[in-house]
Write a protein that binds this ligand. Structure first.
Ligand SMILES: C[S@@+](CC[C@H](N)C(=O)[O-])C[C@H]1O[C@@H](n2cnc3c(N)ncnc32)[C@H](O)[C@@H]1O
Length: 221
């Protein structure tokens, strides 16, 4: 290999696995994250998401242990808290402490006594090993810079019969008000399925989650 090509390759290689730079560009500053937080808590989003229907499709049994990975401001936490009941447990995980602080405020104000928060890293969600029945992500998978590392940790965190659920946006089905999101959403549904299946999971079901999102549920291989 010519020397110059080798130098270019060596300079590029540390950056290569970081695949979600565009999706994460608004998350780099506290102001950016404040703006994102207000969109996450927007009542229109909450109407569009139909959280009760989503929870029903996840088939959560009472006393389950669920991780809401990339919980943001914790929009899904009251729904998970109710679904797992007082004998269950919900772990609200995120890599941004300011989002987790907002989730913690929600946990406190809504008395969600079975929910706790965990600060993760971009390659490691810091979840307990072998204890989870469900790892859930809403509008999060396309933000992963290191999806293979995250999936390996999810596999270790899940019980043998545990499941992984991904609700995310279709790359080409955003509404006209959202403009072209193909830079923000790096991979479409079928590519996400292939990626997750090649990292230790088997697709169990796929369906639409509203008009713009899909829901994928995987078992461990
Ligand atoms: C669009 S927000 C969605 C938040 C929440 N799931 C919701 O739907 O309201 C994306 C979230 O993913 C988080 N995130 C990005 N990369 C992550 C990673 N590697 N591990 C965990 N969370 C991550 C962000 O900090 C942010 O809270």
């Amino acid at each position: 290999m010519p020397k110059i090509a080798l130098i270019v390759l060596l300079c590029l290689s540390p950056c290569w696995p970081q695949v979600a730079k565009e999706a994460n560009k608004d998350y780099q500053t506290p102001e950016g994250r404040r703006r994102v937080a207000s969109t996450l808590d927007d009542p229109h989003r909450q109407e569009a998401l139909k959280a009760n229907e989503l929870i029903a499709r996840l088939g959560i049994k009472p006393s389950s242990v669920v991780a809401d990975v990339g919980t943001g401001t914790g929009f899904m936490l009251p729904y998970f808290s109710e679904a797992v009941g007082s004998a269950g447990r919900v772990i609200a995980e995120d890599i941004q402490q300011d989002f987790l602080d907002k989730a913690a405020a929600r946990i406190q104000s809504q008395h969600l006594s079975n929910v706790s928060t965990v600060l993760g890293g971009d390659k490691n969600p810091n979840l307990p090993e072998g204890q989870l029945d469900l790892v859930f992500m809403l509008d999060v998978y396309h933000h992963f810079d290191y999806p293979s590392d995250m999936l390996a940790h999810f596999s270790r965190a899940l019980k043998a019969e545990g499941r992984l659920a991904v609700a995310d946006y279709y790359r080409h089905r955003r509404g006209p008000q959202d403009g072209d999101m193909s830079g923000h959403i790096r991979a479409d549904r079928d590519e996400v399925i292939r990626e997750i299946e090649s990292n230790g999971f088997r697709l169990e079901s796929k369906s639409d989650n509203g008009s713009q999102q899909y829901l994928l549920i995987f078992a461990k291989k």
